[in-house]
Design a protein around this ligand. Sequence first.
Ligand SMILES: Cc1cc2nc3c(=O)[nH]c(=O)nc-3n(C[C@H](O)[C@H](O)[C@H](O)COP(=O)(O)OP(=O)(O)OC[C@H]3O[C@@H](n4cnc5c(N)ncnc54)[C@H](O)[C@@H]3O)c2cc1C
Length: 802
Amino acid sequence: MKTSTRVVVIGGGVVGASVLYHLTKLGWSDVMLLERSELTSGSTWHAAGGFHTLNGDTNMAALQGYTIGLYKELEEITGMSCGLHHVGGLTLADNQDRFDMLLAERAKHRYMGLETEIFGPEEIKTFAPIINTDGLIGALYDPLDGHLDPSGTTHAYAKAARLGGADIVTHTMVKETTQRLDGTWDVVTDKGTIHTEHVVNAAGLWAREVGAMAGVYLPLHPMEHQYIVTDDIADIYSRDTEHPHVMDPAGESYLRQEGRGLCIGFYEQPCRPWAVKGTPWSFGHELLPDDFDKIEDSIAFAYKRFPVLETAGVKSVIHGPFTFAPDGNPLVGPIPGLRGYWSACGVMAGFSQGGGVGLMLAQWMVHGECERDTSAMDVARFGDWVSPGYTLPKVIENYQTRFSVSYPNEELPAARPNRTTPMYDIYDKMGAVWGQQNGLEVVNYFATGDEPRFETPSFRRSNAFAATAREVHAVRNAVGINETHNFGKYVVTGADARNWLDRIMAGRIPNPGRLSLSPMLAPSGRIIGDFTVSCLSETEFRLTASYGAQSYHMRWFLQHLDGDVQIENISDRVTGFQIAGPHARDVLAACTHDDLAEIRFMDLRKMVVGMTECLVQRVSYTGDLGYEIFCDPMAQRQLWQTLWDAGSAFGMKPFGMRAMMSLRLDKHFGSWGRDYSPDYTPAETGLDRFIAWKKPAEFIGRTAAEAERDTPPDRMLVAFEVDAEDTDVNAYEPVWIDGKVQGFCTSGGYSHHLNKSIALALIPRKLYKDNLKVQIELLGKMRNSTLIQEIPFDADGARMRG
Ligand SMILES: Cc1cc2nc3c(=O)[nH]c(=O)nc-3n(C[C@H](O)[C@H](O)[C@H](O)COP(=O)(O)OP(=O)(O)OC[C@H]3O[C@@H](n4cnc5c(N)ncnc54)[C@H](O)[C@@H]3O)c2cc1C
């Protein structure tokens, strides 16, 4: 066995094997995989081997498409069979919400180039005659759905990796991972120690234990899962072609042909987590005892949907564990703050996702960044606050909702409330309808009178519509107040702070007392942050960005820290309020002795508000006259009382995130994770207007950004007014121009101030023209939409700057 290598991948399941193959594919051949038993000895060997592209996250869906396409490549490279059965599959819908979800998915697939189709009950019956179509509205047909041989596929990945120069060592157990002072690693095994630059944790069922060896907590948990293989069924084996896959969300089941019979698996409600206290090292090639009790109801439902099952005998039962992260997506990427330690864990659908996970991780390791936005699978999407106590109920919830409709406005209830600000009970008494962001309870809107304290999950306008309108009108006509806790906040100090920021940020770093807006770019020029930079002094700056991106941004900052610079994440140590609207200045003036006339737009000042020293910034994402007022959390309730008391004379109302997201549309402000993300560049999204081209600093991404300035990219972000009825743009809806899909929406919603449905969308630059007419596909309907030329609210900024 080698004692030194560039990468050690721990774990020879489908994920570890895929990571290893992709590293060799991208040119790293001095790589090694360690497996404590044989390849596939975790979840992989007993998987049902099904694959599909359907995923609520569009980037994940695209990577699932990549994974499926990869199997042919593996077969060609290795001459081995993955046992592929590309039989196509149906996802059934028995109610309008499920059907809406399929329509929304179908629409997204158009611009992703996936050839899915919507089937009606007749087509379902023709395609898959064993389905009882009573009560079905339709189905999504995906020709890419199919299944494979899990073991053969893992061995094909392994062979392809070996052909690329990788070493695979089985029957070698990793016992310790220890970091040396220079950041490299000693991987201690029962057969000796290997010195390596990079460790990849792909230990699947044992990922928690392997993570703990490096002091890393990975938020994942194994769940028990069961599928049944039937005896031969005449209706199946007498067919000319193999029966297609069927996902039946109402029955929480998936079904496919297995030999001359069927195989059906369930995501049952009375599900059970496995190995709560840790995965035993003794577990390997065994199964869990059959448990028909917990799937009794699921089986009864399946008999109705697939009547042939009722008389079919059971040939075998497969009951085994596999891991989930709290939101069901994989945990991939560099562990924040730990050099050379990478996660490739929590992959709950290894045969749909393993290829994409391997590709992204290998790109990250070899090129320093991935070709697309990986935020849905980035291990950094969970912050330091995450714990096993949080993970377990979320994982159970995830298992139970695996086949549920996933709505754009849905707030899942498990493990909540978790983190709250001092305002929680005050807002709760005022009728707050809560949402959750990065573990923090945030107000979505305030219900009043008889309005329910619950937003109905929907693809259409929800019951939050009227409340959101009220709050928007309060902001635009009087003054609104909401918390600033859910901003990611950082303090940057030190003699080199300005120089460092000049290199990290593409925008202008402001002078003392001033703010600036700045994109942060990757070397490829893609957007990895959208910041407000505040200069308190030449050696003290604050940064404000997305609350959900804290670990992602801190990881980047720490990776690029040099010189006399310190950076701290103070997101939860600083809180406060923003007040916005025509009376915002009047309210603040009533709470302070400072002269507000001196505070211009984009100024910041320390001032006493009520009894509290605050940092006040004159800026607002609402696009209105507004102030962000930051304080110590210990003083937040007092500050609230001060502002609230003063606000009553000016008609102040609290507002939530739903109103905020509507208000920003009036100014066509993009939002992080939607319109601004690593999938896009400044020149595509218009953020190039904030790049400080004249600054001498060689900021990260400069070369790429300059190249785009000289040769503008093919697409550009624009706004449309959509002729919508009861549903608005969410994200990724296709934009049809001249009868073809030529663009897609990045975000949208209803502007309650303008009384218009608005979409932000990327379209081909060459098609841009005044009053461009397009159609946007919303839930299967073509909606006429017109390009908006002028910013419709406060176009000259008189109000915001006034
Ligand atoms: C019943 C069932 C049905 C399923 N059906 C499907 C399906 O149809 N489609 C689908 O896509 N997915 C399915 N899955 C999920 C799928 O099995 C997993 O997504 C996949 O196997 C995860 O692979 P992995 O490589 O991450 O982990 P694992 O397969 O668990 O592999 C981890 C490997 O790491 C090794 N290891 C751990 N610790 C060490 C150590 N200290 N030293 C050395 N080696 C170590 C283990 O021995 C193991 O081989 C199913 C799962 C179950 C339980």
